[in-house]
Ligand binder design. Sequence first.
Ligand code: GLN
Length: 448
Amino acid sequence: MSSITEFLEKEKPSGYTGKMLKELSKLNEELNAFNNIADSLGSGMPFSVKDNICVKGIETTASSRMLEGYIPAFNATVVQRMLDSGFSFIGKTNMDEFGFGSFGLNSTKPARNPFDVRYVAGGSSSGAAVATSILKYHVAIAESTGGSISTPAAFCGVVGFTPTYGALSRYGLIDYANSLDKIGIMARHADDVRSVFDKVRGADAKDTTSIEGEYRREVSKKIILPDQLTKGIDEDVESGFARLVEKLEGMGYKTVHRSIPFIDKAIPAYYTIAMAEASTNLARYSGFKYGYRNEDFTQHYNQFFTNARERFGLEAKRRIVLGTFVRSASVRDEYYSKALKVRRLLIKELGKALQDGFILSPVMPIKVPTFEEVKELTALENYKMDVMTIPPNLCGLPHVSFPYAYHKGMPLAAQLVAGHWGDHAVLGIVEEWERHFDYKFKYNIGEL
Ligand code: GLN
């Protein structure tokens, strides 16, 4: 039974929600999953919202000092649809500033991994994954541009689903890169993801890129393993993944190795497009209309602007500089236009490969890293870690990350990708997997 149905059917002892929120607030001091937690909770299934998605009357900062104190006057479409479906809002979840990052460290207060606080929670939807891992009954509304759902879900041992681009309205999302941003869902089980997805998806007049998709629900038994993605990866990830493949074969899946043209060009193409779009999106935070404003109007224009712009963290500043460069007139053809071509080619190649099957890979080439390990990575090494999560994100393909084993107490996870509108089909495989595997959680806050 889905945990949503279970939650709604179970009798709640008196004072249940108050006690649960208190326990959650206490644990949050250690894990930093939430940027803010609701004071009270309705009787619906609790849902959290990543802090770059607007909730009316609730501070929404995208974990940036730039947006401190911003209180939206409206709900994002997906939030409104959750409320209309009877879910109860529980809080805003922590993230890398504006979605920039893979490990959750680009937040003013990085989230910690619930399995062991020495390890990172993954990013950028770090808080959404931690919240899902510690709350017994809860679903998270998160967002991915290039892997921000798959990675944290993998590190925290939960199911992370990124739908086909356009399946969910982006109205009310604080944009990172509009042509890549997708709102998605995390939960402890795939059937909860499916039921939330069916409630929130669909065209929305407020977002012209959202559409009613023609979903392909049939589940193929063919799994494609792109060898290029698994070269030179961590040994434990490699051997764990090989065991998963064997188990899937035992469940009747047929696996084939295939090389996918241009897949190795996905990272440079993605970061070029993402940074170009991010730099234009961040231009609005000047202190005049949007963003932090120092109210001293006697200052020189340049100083006023600088006061606002210095609120950005280091990674945001790096992306503004690189993004502005790649779309500047003198080099645009060399970088930005070329990246768009690579994206088109890759959409074609992946589309061909996914015609009658699914792509399976680990989620990251490394095991869950510690804070110390991540701090040692250069910016470029950081970006290269997204080698498996970027191709489906760049091409707007639906994908799910799910835990398949535990190594020294930390989860190992895999990512399944389907062709466009194969959202239900890809969730179907994970649902089948769950019947053969027991997910582990260290906390069960709100257990009944
Ligand atoms: N790590 C990628 C980036 O920094 C993806 C982040 C995301 O999906 N928001 O761009």
